[in-house]
Design a protein around this ligand. Structure first.
Ligand code: COA
Length: 148
């Protein structure tokens, strides 16, 4: 059984969150990105296991649309069900505040795509050259959505 406490992400969590972000993403969010999200009152949570931040998730709500902007689990803890556990929490939040939850994902991120598909997201389009790529180029984004 997956265990962990999901609570609001606060400014004091940023050093730990930024460290995870750098470990987990080829093109990580910057401190400014996280500060903007905090200032914008996005729905931001951390998943704690004991004293340790195991992951975090961020949902932006614009009118009746939710946007899953970030979901990250500590790479050392991948494959233990924590991502699905956190995603279910974020979906439940979006379901009670929006009509549809959207997300973008790199087509190369097969682990995340498998998670999203099995959670009930559908592919609805492609955004060309959406992401910066590690080699300095750009990578498309797969657009996925879940209607409630
Ligand atoms: C995507 C991510 C959040 C998933 O978290 P996780 O804790 O590893 O995922 P879970 O253990 O809950 O597994 C969820 C599903 O992912 C898929 N998955 C897990 N490990 C996988 C692997 N090695 N290969 C392919 N798919 C895999 C499976 O569908 C799995 O469901 P199942 O175990 O019921 O079959 C995590 O890999 C992560 O933080 N990645 C880096 C950041 C990132 O890419 N975020 C998403 C950006 S859009």
């Amino acid at each position: 059984m997956v265990e962990g406490l999901i609570r609001a992400l606060i400014a004091a969590d940023l050093p730990a969150v930024l460290a995870l972000e750098a470990k987990a993403h080829a093109c990580p969010w910057t401190p400014g990105n996280f500060q903007d999200a905090l200032n914008s009152a996005y729905y931001m949570v951390v998943l704690e296991q004991g004293e340790h931040i195991a992951g975090y998730g961020i949902v932006q709500v614009i009118l009746d649309e939710g946007h899953l902007l970030n979901i990250t689990i500590d790479p050392a803890l991948h494959g233990r069900g924590l991502g699905r556990y956190l995603l279910q929490h974020l979906i439940a939040y979006a379901q009670s505040h929006t009509d549809t939850l959207f997300l973008e994902v790199r087509p190369s991120n097969s682990r995340a795509i498998a998670l999203y598909q099995t959670a009930g997201f559908n592919e609805i389009g492609l955004r060309r050259n959406y992401y910066p790529a590690r080699d300095g180029g750009r990578e498309d984004a797969l657009l996925m959505a879940m209607a409630f």
